[in-house]
Design a protein around this ligand. Structure first.
Ligand SMILES: *Cc1c(COP(=O)(O)O)cnc(C)c1O
Length: 366
């Protein structure tokens, strides 16, 4: 296939000249992995920037492994964990790999986040032991109602906030209720390094999560179920360099998101997300099309050189099929999943592609 004029993703990763000097330190310390000094320095900076006090940042090799470790640290095999039926495959994988049973529940049509009503209904039908909520597309909004709901029912809450790391104006993650937030540093995210992740967790939970990322080893070498999900010092060096650039990248992306907001406001049947917190990581711009075929829009966009993608499609229940328990209706998530198309959002490195993108978009819904 021909390379699209407006590709869906243009990664923005620091050049080698920026991070080699940071990495050079390993030849003095002799430490290349296992939470070495570069990782620890990154963790301190990330916690100060993104988390409330009392929380720690734990580096890991991907959000998938970070979620897995966070779940292993909090649950025993066989427990039932609710997740929104509208999410990326990795949310489901992490629950499964932790030996837990994923229970999909429906989403709220306006926020595309897990529906508290649907969650409450599922709890009336079966025992749930925990919840993984998603910050869809990395877009942060106030989920304090869900946090309170889970606290009151003693349900440990983990956020798949994979794409959420963004600008300095983001409110700090974490609260006294102890929810854990997991982020990705994958090349496709705003805070992009290649592969990598970070977990924000209360300090005591962070200790347990680190053990799970390191084969489940205890100090005396006994072990429980764990994984190797550690970040190495090389990726930590890239991430430390990226930290200084992320504000500018996020702002460039947020500007594009605002241009999409105005553009789609006048497109009939196009619904966009309202009330997204300033500073959120904009990796893509999701639009729910009511009464138009998503495939048709993908095809028409392609004809104008714009590469789009359908996320999160198919829904978890449609992707995985009959093996899942389905205590509640999944109607909203299945419908939204079929109607949504995501448009490209670029960082500051995309030059004048940004203006051309909106010209190309102009004729798409004429
Ligand atoms: C990107 C993404 C992931 C996976 O992150 P990795 O670091 O690639 O493992 C998980 N969940 C969501 C919602 C994502 O967007």
């Amino acid at each position: 296939m021909e390379k699209p004029a407006y590709p869906f993703i243009i990664p923005d990763i620091p050049r080698t000249s920026e991070w080699i000097p940071v990495y050079e330190r390993v030849f003095e310390t002799g430490i290349y992995a296992n939470f070495g000094p570069i990782s620890r320095s990154l963790e301190t900076s990330l916690a100060a920037r993104y988390a409330v006090s009392g929380y720690e940042a734990v580096t890991c090799c991907s959000a998938t492994q970070g979620l897995l470790a966070a779940l292993l640290a909090r649950f025993d095999a066989g427990m039932n964990i609710a997740l929104p039926n509208f999410t990326f495959a990795a949310t489901y994988h992490a629950i499964r790999l932790a030996g837990l049973n994923p229970v999909p529940v429906d989403i709220d049509a306006d926020t595309l986040e897990i529906s508290i009503e649907s969650l409450a209904e599922a709890m009336g039908k079966m025992t749930l032991h925990g919840v993984v909520s998603v910050r869809p597309f990395g877009l942060v909004r106030d989920q304090s109602h869900l946090i309170a709901f889970c606290r009151d029912r003693r349900l440990p809450l983990t956020f798949d906030a994979a794409a959420s790391l963004g600008g300095a104006s983001l409110p700090k993650f974490g609260s006294d209720d102890g929810e854990v937030e997991v982020f990705s540093l994958h090349a496709t995210k705003v805070f992009a390094i290649g592969e990598g992740g970070v977990i924000l967790a209360p300090a005591d939970a962070a200790v347990e999560i680190r053990k799970k990322l390191n084969f489940g080893f205890e100090a005396d070498r006994r072990y429980s179920t764990g994984t190797n999900g550690k970040m190495d010092e090389l990726h930590a060096a890239i991430a430390l360099s990226q930290l200084g650039r992320v504000d500018e990248m996020q702002q460039a992306r947020e500007e594009i998101a605002h241009r999409y907001d105005s553009f789609f406001a006048s497109v009939p049947g196009a619904r966009t997300l309202q009330g997204v917190t300033r500073g959120s990581g904009w990796t893509m711009y999701p639009v729910v099309f009511e009464g138009q075929s998503a495939d048709e829009i993908v095809r028409k966009a392609q004809g104008r050189g714009i590469e789009t993608r359908r996320y999160y499609w198919p829904s978890v229940s449609n992707a995985v099929g009959a093996s899942l328990p389905t205590p509640v209706s999944l109607e909203v998530s299945n419908r939204v999943s079929n109607q949504i198309v995501c448009f490209p959002v670029y960082s500051a490195n995309a030059g004048n592609l940004r203006d051309g993108l909106f010209e190309a978009l102009g004729g798409l819904f004429a």
